[in-house]
Every structure is written in structure tokens, then in C-alpha cells.
Design a protein around this ligand. Structure first.
Ligand SMILES: C[S@@+](CC[C@H](N)C(=O)[O-])C[C@H]1O[C@@H](n2cnc3c(N)ncnc32)[C@H](O)[C@@H]1O
Length: 384
């Protein structure tokens, strides 16, 4: 096998292999109220619903077996945390390692796809393992360190909470990937008495016997880039979006176009945020800003439509609704802003629950907008 760079993931695996606990415990079949973990012929273990599950149901809230609290952690940080574990937890972590024989030689380690922008490059480079979810061996999942505190929302339209650090989760790491997932995972630092929990919410109604899947990569990547990223995990995705896009009328063909357009909107329209919320209201500058707002709003609305057609329900969609609320607010249409922000909170709740810090922050925005709307109505009444 070709020599490969040593990453913290490799290191964890090697420290797991070198542990004196040579016999791993049997893989658990976790009977929970919603799902079981079962072996599949081609994907290793997988999670299946054993009853119908409604969208917005939290099906997992799990403490980590091991947490690496640093954002940019090194191999020795992994070793240090592993050394602290009890024998039982070491066995559990060990039992998760390399359970399904991927060919590590095929992982595109240390190289980024030529089409990757700077941000994506960071994700696909082992130098930033905490945000590179390429952990086929060790199954490190990005999570926010329980040692860092979240920044309270200071603006009226807060951005997502940033993740930092990584963890290993006994059950959460058994979910397989789909580019059109029916569930979403997120770290919620408020759960577990402030210790934090990895949560999984079902974002669409799921039928009994259906596999429950998460997305391991940016859903807006095109198929080639998704394939590249998923190579790190040693598999080719066979979900509906990754099917043969050459077949006219197929979901894959439509998906290719939708995701390309979503990316185009993000790059050409939504990233041009600067100046859109400016308070300047005189001369030509104002004209330009109004036009830009209109283009931005159209882009945001198209993003919602395409995401729905694509079946993507994720925090990105919630952020899109919040951005629509922002634009409506800026042009004085507070009523529509309230409606848009409520949609955002609805999507947040489906994905992360109603007590997740992001959901809480977005709910505060709805409240604020609602108060503004009432105030405007009251003034209008007085003016009559
Ligand atoms: C986080 S683990 C998921 C659980 C895993 N199947 C197991 O047995 O523990 C990630 C690994 O699962 C497999 N996997 C996940 N999604 C897959 C998919 N859509 N098709 C094939 N294999 C998949 C790959 O081997 C991948 O490296």
C-alpha cells in the first residue's frame, strides 16, 4: 500500500489497535423506541426505523464516548483523550473502528479536488481534521466542545453556531450517508445538563423498515465533488441524487440541474451581501440597493423552491428563510418577514429541535419582528 500521511484519524486507529483490549465487544443491536442497528450486505451496519416516525422527531440524544475539545486537534490530543477512557469505553470505541473494510489506499488524502474553493479545501485537507468528516476508521464526528461556551446571539439575524472539536459516538456513528438524507445530526451543547449531546432528528416522515440516513458532505456539491468527498469514506453513493443523470426525467438528472443552480445562486447572488442592508437612502446608491435586494430576494425564493424539489431539509434552508425575513424587514414588509422567520424556525425545529441554540436565537428574531409588526399596526391605527 502507498505510504500515507498520518492524520489524527490514523493515529486513533493505531492507538486502538495497540490497546491491550484485543477482543472487541460484539456489535450492539440497539433496540431504541424508534430504530434498530442492523448489518447490511453492502454498507456495513445501518439504522432502520422499526416504526413509522414523524418529521421533527428526535430519535437520538447521545453523549460522546470520547471528545477532543480542540478545534484544530493533533494526533496526541486524540491519544490523550483515548487514554482517559475506561476499559469499557475503549472497547466500545475499538468496536467502531474500521468495521467494514474500506480500501484506505483509495482515499484522496492530502489532496483537494481541483474545483474546491478555499473553504472546501480546508474541509478536504487532513490539516483541518476537526471539520473534515473523513473518519472511516475512527468515526470522529464534528461537535462543539463542551469546554467552549457559545456566543449569545448579538445581532437580530444570528449566524449558525460554529462547531469545534470532535467526538466519537457509539450509536450516531452507525448512520449511513445519503445525499438526500431523511435525518439531520447536530451537537446541542445545552442538552445533558450542559454536557452536550449529539442529536439526530428525522426531518421527513419515515416509514417502518426505512433506512435512516444523514448527509456526510455539503449537499450543494455537484455529483463529482460529492463522489470525491465520499471517497474519503471508501464508498460510492447510490442514492437517488447520485443515480444516472443521463436518464432523461430521472431524479438524478433533475438533481444535477437543481444543485448546479443552487450553487450558482449562492455564488452569484447570495454571497453579495455587502451593502444590501445599508441605511443610505439617497441618490443613486438607494436605487442600486433596491434592485440588489430584489435580485437577492428572488435568489432566496428560488433556493427555497429548489431545496424543496430536491427534498433537502437542513439548517441551510432555515437560514434561507431567515435571510428572506431580513430582506423583507429591510424593505419594511414586516408581516412577510414574520412569516418567513417562522418558516425558518419550523425548519430549525425539524432538524435540531426547539431547544437548540440556533432555534432559540431564530425564535427570538420572530418575537422581535412580531413586536415590530404590532407596533407598526398600532401606529397605523393611531394615524387613522
Ligand atoms: C459513519 S459509518 C456508518 C456506519 C457503518 N456502515 C458501520 O458499519 O459502522 C461510515 C461508513 O459507512 C459506510 N457507508 C456509509 N454510507 C454509505 C452508503 N451510502 N453506501 C455504502 N456505504 C456507506 C462506509 O463504509 C463509511 O465509511
Amino acid at each position: 500500500m502507498a505510504a500515507m500521511a498520518t492524520t489524527p484519524q490514523d493515529h486513533l486507529l493505531s492507538s486502538l489497535r495497540n490497546t491491550s483490549l484485543t477482543s472487541p465487544p460484539p456489535i450492539l443491536s440497539h433496540p431504541t423506541s424508534h430504530f434498530t442497528v442492523r448489518r447490511t450486505p453492502t454498507k456495513g451496519y445501518a439504522i432502520f426505523a422499526h416504526r413509522p416516525i414523524k418529521a421533527g422527531t428526535r430519535i437520538l440524544s447521545e453523549p460522546p464516548l470520547l471528545v477532543i475539545p480542540n478545534t484544530e486537534y493533533l494526533a496526541e490530543d486524540v491519544d490523550k483523550e483515548f487514554a482517559k477512557l475506561s476499559d469499557t469505553d475503549r472497547r466500545k470505541v475499538w468496536s467502531l473502528a474500521s468495521a467494514h473494510g474500506q480500501d484506505e489506499g483509495k482515499w484522496p488524502k492530502g489532496r483537494a479536488h481541483p474545483s474546491c474553493g478555499a473553504r472546501q479545501k480546508k474541509r478536504t485537507t487532513p490539516a483541518s481534521p476537526s471539520i473534515q468528516p473523513s473518519y472511516p476508521s475512527s468515526k470522529l464526528m464534528p461537535c462543539k466542545s463542551p469546554l467552549t461556551t457559545s456566543t449569545p446571539p448579538t445581532t437580530s439575524f444570528p449566524a449558525s453556531t460554529n462547531g469545534g472539536g470532535a467526538g466519537v459516538f457509539e450509536i450516531a456513528s452507525r448512520f449511513n450517508h445519503s445525499c438526500v438524507p431523511n435525518a439531520h445530526f447536530s451537537w446541542n451543547e445545552r442538552l445533558g445538563g450542559g454536557e452536550g449531546r449529539m442529536t439526530v432528528y428525522v426531518v421527513k416522515d419515515v416509514e417502518e423498515g426505512e433506512e435512516i440516513t444523514l448527509s456526510y458532505c455539503d449537499p450543494y456539491y455537484d455529483p463529482a465533488l460529492r463522489r470525491w468527498e465520499l471517497q474519503h469514506y471508501g464508498f460510492m453513493c447510490d442514492c437517488a441524487a447520485c443515480g444516472d443523470s443521463g436518464v432523461e426525467g430521472s431524479f438524478a438528472a433533475g438533481s444535477l440541474e437543481r444543485r448546479a443552480r443552487l450553487k450558482e445562486i449562492e455564488e452569484d447572488v447570495l454571497s453579495r451581501e455587502g451593502g444590501l442592508v445599508s441605511e443610505e437612502k439617497n441618490g443613486d446608491g438607494f436605487e442600486v440597493r433596491v434592485v440588489e435586494r430584489k435580485i437577492r430576494l428572488e435568489g432566496l425564493l428560488e433556493t427555497v423552491r429548489l431545496s424543496r424539489e430536491e427534498g433537502l431539509v437542513n439548517p441551510g434552508l432555515a437560514e434561507t428563510f431567515m435571510a428572506i425575513a431580513q430582506v423583507c424587514h429591510d424593505v419594511g414588509d414586516i408581516k412577510t418577514a414574520v412569516r418567513a422567520a417562522k418558516n425558518g424556525v419550523h425548519v430549525d425545529t425539524l432538524c435540531m429541535g426547539d431547544e437548540h441554540p440556533i432555534t432559540v436565537a431564530h425564535r427570538a428574531v420572530v418575537q422581535k419582528l412580531h413586536e415590530q409588526m404590532l407596533e407598526m399596526e398600532r401606529r397605523r391605527e393611531l394615524e387613522k
